[in-house]
Design a protein around this ligand. Structure first.
Ligand code: DGJ
Length: 382
């Protein structure tokens, strides 16, 4: 809020008035979104933690140009009371500048950070997709960092491929072979063979841990937390329960959507059912979103098709999912959060936030140029 004192202008006294400097009262998907400093929000591939009456948005800090597709700065945090206006809380997990061999050195890839709070330890726990510098996307590991305060600083704990030595719940007996046997069919990218199980990636990676790229976290009503990650060369998603302190995989996981090449996972729960939104695998280019529903997080998951409807829905309004936000105090109100990537000038990536509608047992997302929380019905609590 900026106060403007009385002005004398051409002999006319203008009474003191209070103007609200740039205060936003709506979402304008795809437009630049200035923070409290007037700078476009820099939190790509992000997620939101709702904590003690404020929302905290964590995301990838990107810099200008193509180099911005690698981590040059770290994970950025913003906070907001109303979801429209965001305060810059700074970089809460910086990249390591002094040691070029560090996991999170400048030039590594730190993508899709998500933060949850552990009610038992009181710690804030961040998970992200990590690629070590110079490895392309071959590292495929999960990084974990922890903080005592929501806005950090976050201390890096290390990285790993999840679930080393653990078979998933829904493994079939014939899939339980050694890495040597599994390696008789190699994978060099592209589509999986017609019979995806001929390529037994779950067995190939059994010993060292499963590949983990695009990812998100989800805390269920009972406090159990889950890690969803694109695994097996992106071909299959894994849903993996975390330990009680949320710091590691608990060793209990399931393969879902085998051979469907889904990434950009987002998950939410409504009326006791679990809903999933993701995308296909086309790099930074947009594609048709996917959605699915299940009565248990362990599945079976039923695919519901592309939730993005209307003009441009086939390309998810030129965006890719990153998170679904449950709006506080408004049961049934969920916001789809997507990224409109700008890989040539990463810092200029835009945010596509749109309301989710439940219709005929499906979920739908429709384009809106300018909208506010009033679309969910009821009065807005501000
Ligand atoms: C799509 C993923 O969803 C992004 O997070 C990023 O990894 C790009 N691919 C890289 O091409």
């Amino acid at each position: 809020m900026r106060h403007v004192t009385a002005l004398l202008c051409a002999g006319v006294v203008l009474l003191p008035l209070a103007v609200v400097a740039g205060e936003r009262r709506s979402f304008r998907p795809g437009e630049r979104w200035p923070d409290d400093q007037g700078v476009h929000i820099n939190a790509h591939g992000g997620g939101i933690l709702d904590f003690e009456g404020r929302y905290y948005w964590f995301g990838e800090h990107k810099v200008a140009g193509e180099i911005g597709n690698t981590a040059q700065v770290g994970v950025h945090c913003y906070s907001s009371a109303d979801l429209y206006n965001w305060r810059d809380e700074g970089v809460v997990l910086p990249v390591v500048k002094e040691d070029p061999d560090h996991d999170i050195a400048v030039g590594s890839v730190i993508e899709r950070p998500k933060v949850i709070r552990n009610p038992k330890t009181g710690k804030f726990v961040m998970w992200f997709h990590l690629e070590r510098k110079g490895t392309g996307y071959r590292t495929a590991r999960s990084g974990v960092a922890v903080a005592d305060h929501v806005t950090g600083p976050y201390t890096y704990r290390g990285s790993f491929r999840p679930n080393a030595g653990v078979w998933p719940r829904n493994i079939r007996p014939e899939q339980k072979v050694t890495a040597e046997v599994a390696a008789t069919h190699s994978f060099s990218g592209g589509d999986l063979p017609d019979d995806p199980d001929r390529l037994n990636l779950i067995a190939r990676d059994h010993e060292g841990g499963q590949m983990a790229r695009d990812q998100t976290l989800f805390v269920d009503d009972d406090g159990a937390a889950y890690h969803l990650y694109a695994s097996e060369e992106n071909s299959t998603l894994h849903i993996s329960r975390l330990t009680d302190d949320y710091l590691a995989p608990a060793g209990d996981y399931v393969r879902v959507f085998p051979g469907r090449f889904m990434e950009a996972p987002a998950i939410f729960k409504h009326d006791g059912r679990y809903y999933f939104i993701g995308s296909g695998c086309t790099g930074w280019a947009p594609n048709a979103a996917r959605s699915a529903v299940a009565d248990s997080i362990w599945g079976p998951w039923e695919e519901l098709g592309n939730p993005a409807v209307g003009p441009d829905g086939a390309l998810t309004f030129h965006s890719q999912s990153t998170y679904v936000l449950a709006v506080r105090g408004r049961p049934g109100a969920f916001i789809f959060m997507g990224d409109r990537w700008r890989p040539k000038d990463a810092i200029d990536g835009r945010y596509i936030w749109l309301p989710i509608r439940f219709r005929n047992d499906r979920i739908e997302i429709e384009w809106a140029e300018d909208w506010d929380l009033g679309v969910f019905g009821g009065a807005e609590s501000r």
